[in-house]
Design a protein around this ligand. Structure first.
Ligand code: PLP
Length: 370
């Protein structure tokens, strides 16, 4: 039995006609930039995420860049990010000319360590970017409190965590700006690139709106230098079809996570470290990442058995070639470095069946037990 890491066909098949109808609606309107699909998506997402302002963006990466620009962050400023995340988290900081200050993650959740974050604050710190990695909220309370006390902004990188909650409140509404991605592999994925920013601050919302469209208001009058960070009407129309299913899909991922837990327990595989769910937050399992010895050997064995996996992430930021000038050395962040060697994402998508999951667990058992 082959089990891909993600099967987008399984999600597409039952929605095919509605999705094609939505795409046709946009084509028939010939309205591709802005317009009712984008506005509709934005108001539906604002309601879904419990935030007054939600603005569609061209990608999750551009959402982060726009958030940093809206907060006037640039050369000479420091922005604290975890060293272990998707590249865009720190890449966006460098793109606005600021300096990423990297911090290690917690060993159980792979999220920003609050004590290390607070210790990294200097007089130049302008923002902190907690990442809700793999779909589980970072420990926001101490970070948001420390940032508020020092007048430092918080930009949540919620690209992997749409619909996830922390202390009963959706992520993306804790910080000054929340950034989301509609990359096809995220829990809410478009037919290409797309993203979103959320904020509860009306002034920031207006700045973000300007920045996303060349600082222009009205047409051809430019208040600031922004960029083209707009979402396409075609993407918005597709996402509007999918949004009503998002909660059920994330519940499906959670149910699959629970089934894996039962299966791994029954298999008695002590070699495998399962994802830890920290208290006070929900995990929407954009990824189900296990920790294993001889990870690359297991990965090759699973590949040969027809089971898709991925390594999130093989190289922490502080060891990336393009960040060499930041001056970090190997050993600087031992938790992230250990995670980079041992973590392996296994299939968790909502349509996964019990038989698929049994095949995954069985193949892992065969590798360790023969
Ligand atoms: C996917 C992702 C992004 C970037 O989103 P894109 O839409 O691909 O640009 C940023 N941060 C994290 C943590 C991500 O997983």
């Amino acid at each position: 039995m082959t089990v891909p890491l993600l099967d987008l066909h399984a999600q597409y098949a039952p929605l095919r006609q509605s999705l094609l109808d939505a795409v046709t609606r946009v084509c028939d309107s010939q309205r591709f930039i802005g317009g009712p699909e984008v506005e509709g998506l934005e108001s539906e997402l604002a309601a879904h995420l419990g935030t007054p302002h939600a603005l569609g963006m061209s990608s999750g990466t551009d959402a982060l860049v726009a958030a940093l620009m809206a907060l006037n962050i640039g050369p000479g400023d420091e922005v604290i990010t975890p060293t272990y995340s998707f590249f865009a988290t720190a890449g966006s900081v460098v793109r606005v000319g600021a300096t990423p200050v990297l911090v290690d993650v917690d060993a159980d959740t792979f999220n920003l360590n609050p004590a290390a974050t607070i210790a990294a604050i200097t007089s130049r710190t302008k923002a902190i970017i907690p990442v809700h990695l793999f779909g589980q909220a970072a420990e926001l309370a101490p970070i948001v409190a420390a940032a508020a006390a020092k007048k430092i902004a918080v930009i949540e990188d919620a690209a992997q965590a749409i619909g996830c909650q922390y202390q009963g409140q959706p992520v993306g509404s804790w910080g000054d700006v929340g950034c989301f991605s509609f990359f096809p592999s995220k829990n809410l994925g478009g037919f290409g690139d797309g993203g979103l920013v959320t904020t509860t601050n009306a002034v920031l919302a207006h700045r973000l709106k300007l920045i996303r469209n060349h600082g222009m208001e009205p047409k051809y009058y430019h208040h600031l230098v922004g960029a083209n960070f707009r979402i396409d009407a075609l993407q918005a129309a597709v996402l509007r079809v999918k949004l009503p299913y998002l909660a059920a899909w994330s519940a499906g991922r959670r149910a699959n996570a629970n089934r894996y837990r039962a299966m791994f327990a029954a298999a008695g595989l002590s070699q495998v470290t399962l994802p830890v769910e920290a208290p006070d937050r929900t995990h929407i399992y954009n990824q189900f990442v296990i920790g294993v010895p001889n990870r690359d050997g297991l990965r090759a064995h699973l590949d040969a058995s027809g089971i898709g996996t991925e390594v999130y992430y093989p190289v922490p930021f502080h060891l990336q070639e393009c960040f060499a000038s930041l001056g970090y050395k190997p050993g600087a962040f031992p938790v992230a470095e250990a995670a980079a060697l041992s973590s392996l994402a296994i299939p968790i998508y909502p349509e996964l069946t019990e038989a698929h999951q049994a095949a995954v667990v069985d193949a892992i058992r065969t590798f360790y037990r023969g």
